[in-house]
Design a protein around this ligand. Structure first.
Ligand code: SF4
Length: 148
């Protein structure tokens, strides 16, 4: 009974991955582009993707920013609260290399130093098309993490 339930649950999750977006400290340029992917012009929801505000309900975490010392523990907490299997996308040069904030006194990134990252979407900021491409590729990586 439990197996059938988990199979149905996994099938539903794969059909409609829910994403969570977290900014760890950047200029907000990447966040504006992520929001653009959710609006009718780019409409990422056509792939069954829905943005959620709760890590416990989210499958894929999209992270921007160079990770400030204050946001480090929050990023870890958000990641730990997400159900398995989960995937992480680092969006923008700041999240991937610390970018223009590399010498800032309050930065302790990049993101993959704090949590595991499955996909990198470079750019300052990346275009919505690149973000959508990164999300679609991440979904196939994430689907392979399911055991059934
Ligand atoms: S990568 Fe560029 S656009 Fe994105 S948060 Fe950093 S400085 Fe801003």
């Amino acid at each position: 009974m439990v197996n059938i339930f988990s199979k149905i649950l996994n099938l539903s999750r794969k059909k409609s991955p829910w994403i969570l977006h977290y900014d760890t400290g950047g200029c907000n340029g990447c966040d504006i582009e992520i929001l653009a992917t959710l609006t009718p012009m780019y409409d990422v929801e056509r792939f069954g993707i829905v943005e959620k505000g709760n890590p416990r309900h989210s499958d894929i975490l999209i992270v921007t920013g160079a990770v400030t010392i204050k946001s480090k523990s929050r990023l870890k907490k958000i990641y730990d609260q997400m159900p398995n299997p989960k995937a992480v996308i680092a969006v923008g040069s700041c999240g991937i290399t610390k970018g223009i904030f590399k010498d800032a006194y309050n930065v302790c990134g990049p993101i993959d130093k704090i949590i595991p990252v499955d996909m990198y979407v470079p750019g300052c900021p990346p275009k919505p098309e690149a973000i959508i491409d990164g999300v679609i590729k991440t979904i196939s990586i994430w689907e392979k993490k399911f055991k059934d």
